[in-house]
Design a protein around this ligand. Structure first.
Ligand SMILES: O=P(O)(O)OC[C@H]1O[C@](O)(CO)[C@@H](O)[C@@H]1O
Length: 245
């Protein structure tokens, strides 16, 4: 895993946006894997800024999101459908019919998982952007998820619901389940860019960078076995690792 150390969230966002923009310019028909949460918001802002100022085009790009809550409609402001439109899709020239997000608002969730996984496989993700949960989750793959998992329904860990409660009126409003790309679906990406910022992630990052063998107790640890992973992390996130430059 290649580690890029930056000073703070702003620098992480700039560096990751630059990384993604360079890949898009080199391969304007690429398939991007996208993440939600707080971490990539700044990256998306810099991508929008670059699109407006320098005209980088996303007209031929396709995207796949990692996950979606079950039970929220795509118009719900807390859904990841809404989030993606709000923070990225509505501000660049990416055709909406090139974007893919699991549909958490269907009757047959299992069928939706099979449909989504087939789409992901058919397209094959060139660059997957990831955040990490404090418990090591990637996408919504909580500790204990099989490394062989494909797109599936998950019961969210209480700690994840608590962490995400900040976006909802109360914790009771946070969905209990989600659809997420599995660990195997994520690992099939040709390249992975992991973004890590802030002290709250420092223990997770220390564990990821330690000598510990990959373990399903800590989903992100599988990334050690992927041939092309770049981690862009800020000083606070790297604090516990002893990496100083
Ligand atoms: O970036 P955040 O908000 O800290 O979230 C970390 C991870 O948690 C999730 O939001 C799921 O809870 C992931 O999609 C994200 O990568």
């Amino acid at each position: 895993m290649n580690i890029v150390r930056v000073d703070n969230y702003e620098e992480m966002s700039k560096a990751s946006a630059r990384y993604i923009i360079d890949k898009v310019k080199a391969n304007p028909k690429m398939t991007l894997g996208l993440a939600t949460g707080s971490t990539p918001k700044g990256t998306y802002q810099y991508i929008i800024e670059d699109h407006k100022q320098k005209g980088t085009s996303y007209q031929q790009i396709s995207t796949f999101n990692l996950d979606e809550y079950i039970g929220l409609s795509s118009e719900d402001p807390n859904s990841y459908h809404f989030y993606m439109k709000d923070v990225l899709f509505n501000h660049i020239d990416l055709p909406l019919n090139h974007t893919h997000i699991p549909n958490g608002d269907v009757l047959d969730k299992e069928e939706e998982c099979v449909r989504y996984e087939a789409k992901v496989k058919e397209s094959s993700i060139d660059l997957q952007i990831l955040g990490i949960g404090a418990n090591g989750h990637i996408g919504f793959n909580e500790p204990g998820t099989s490394f062989q998992s494909e797109t599936h329904v998950v019961a969210l860990a209480e700690s994840t619901r608590e962490a995400n409660a900040r976006f909802f009126p109360s914790i009771d409003d946070v969905p209990t389940h989600a659809i997420t790309m599995g660990i195997a679906s994520i690992m099939a990406s040709k390249e992975i860019l992991l973004l890590v910022s802030g002290e709250a992630k420092s223990e997770a990052l220390e564990r990821l960078l330690s000598d510990q063998l990959p373990s399903e107790d800590f989903p992100a640890s599988i990334l050690k076995t992927h041939p092309r992973v770049t981690i862009i992390a800020d000083n606070e996130a790297l604090m516990a690792t002893g990496i100083t430059r």
